[in-house]
Design a protein around this ligand. Structure first.
Ligand SMILES: NC(=O)c1ccc[n+]([C@@H]2O[C@H](COP(=O)([O-])OP(=O)(O)OC[C@H]3O[C@@H](n4cnc5c(N)ncnc54)[C@H](OP(=O)(O)O)[C@@H]3O)[C@@H](O)[C@H]2O)c1
Length: 312
């Protein structure tokens, strides 16, 4: 089974922030406008059962229903989602996977999901996921019945994703924050997965903010505070980018886009403006000398603790 061609756009829009702040009528209006722009963008969209406690999928479903039928069907075929553990109990067995998929179908208002990932399986062991009647069996069942066009494994820790990828049942892998200007630890996994015919999604090329907003912004990397050392390293790349007349954000995005072992880069698209300005970043001219100078820099002082992430 393969991920359908239309999900292989080099850029995919991430909807993890969609609806996260929809608490006041003003926030709700912004979230609805963003959802409309996402479905109208023509790009594939990455969401999950758990994003904004289901609001991300609900807002996308609502935006789909506002479209004429043919456009809605086309946009729906570009929405990728994920099955998540029960938010109360952490349960992630067969029953929960089937329920999670059902919830997603109903929120999105669709009867099929082109690609369905197993998302952040941190509340269960690998052996539990692989056991007969476990989460993976349920995903395979959903693919066999046609509810899911393809299935993937999506998480942060590289060793964990590699273990799942090596089972040989997944069509796709998604890793976040491990192939960026400052963390290149996903490379071997991505190369192997790509050679084995899996589709490779690289999420969070800005490290969740730091590599778009810059060292002085106080932004986090991989959703944790950045150390002083890391900020200093990022400031050097910012200075290098400025010397070559490009922004740090353009360099960070294109670092992922130019990797031959990545099929699709997933960028957080939290507003209409972020969606409409993405092409400028993707198409900015980054001179070859910048890439050479970047390659000559000492590696960045990153500190992602994969074990800690699994214990979250
Ligand atoms: N386990 C998983 O499956 C998993 C984990 C992580 C991420 N993902 C997927 O990957 C997507 C992307 O991840 P992400 O959003 O965490 O990280 P990201 O794409 O690396 O960074 C997004 C952040 O960068 C900021 N940003 C983007 N463009 C900017 C610009 N031009 N100037 C200044 N700031 C800019 C955004 O700020 P604003 O908020 O101001 O727009 C946002 O805070 C997610 O939405 C999700 O779909 C999946």
């Amino acid at each position: 089974m393969h991920v359908e061609h239309r999900h292989l756009a080099r850029l995919m829009l991430g909807a993890s922030g969609l609806g996260r702040r929809a608490e006041s009528p003003g926030d709700e209006a912004v979230a609805r406008a963003t959802a409309r722009a996402l479905v109208a963008s023509g790009r594939p969209i990455d969401t999950s059962n758990a994003y904004a406690s289901g609001r991300s999928e609900q807002l996308l479903g609502r935006a789909l229903r506002e479209l004429p039928a043919a456009e809605a069907a086309d946009a729906a075929a570009r929405i990728v989602t994920k099955v998540d553990a029960d938010p109360q109990t952490g349960r992630l067995d067969r029953e929960r996977v089937l329920r999670s998929a059902d919830e997603s179908l109903s929120r999105l208002g669709v009867d099929r999901i082109p690609l369905l990932h197993l998302h952040d399986p941190y509340s269960i062991t690998f052996d539990e996921a692989c056991a007969r009647g476990g989460a993976i069996d349920a995903l395979v069942e959903l693919r066999d019945s046609g509810v899911a066009g393809a299935i993937g494994i999506a998480a942060g820790p590289v060793p964990l994703v590699a273990r799942y990828a090596d089972i040989g049942v997944f069509d796709a892998v998604l890793v976040h924050n491990r192939w960026t200007l400052v963390d290149r630890s996903a490379r071997a996994l991505f190369e192997r997965a790509s050679l084995q015919g899996m589709t490779v999604f690289n999420a969070a090329p800005f490290g969740g903010g730091l590599l778009a907003r810059g060292a002085a912004s106080g932004s986090t990397y991989a959703y944790r505070p950045a150390t002083e050392e890391l900020r200093r390293w990022v400031a050097r790349v910012e200075a290098l980018s400025a010397r070559h007349g490009v922004t740090l954000a353009a360099v960070a995005l294109q670092f992922s886009l130019r990797a031959p072992f990545i099929h699709s880069t997933i960028v957080g698209a939290s507003s209409v403006r972020r969606i409409t300005t993405l092409d400028d970043l993707a198409d900015a001219v980054v001179p070859d000398e910048l890439w050479s100078e970047l390659a000559a820099m000492p590696s960045a002082p990153t500190w992602i603790d994969d074990d800690q992430e699994e214990r979250r």
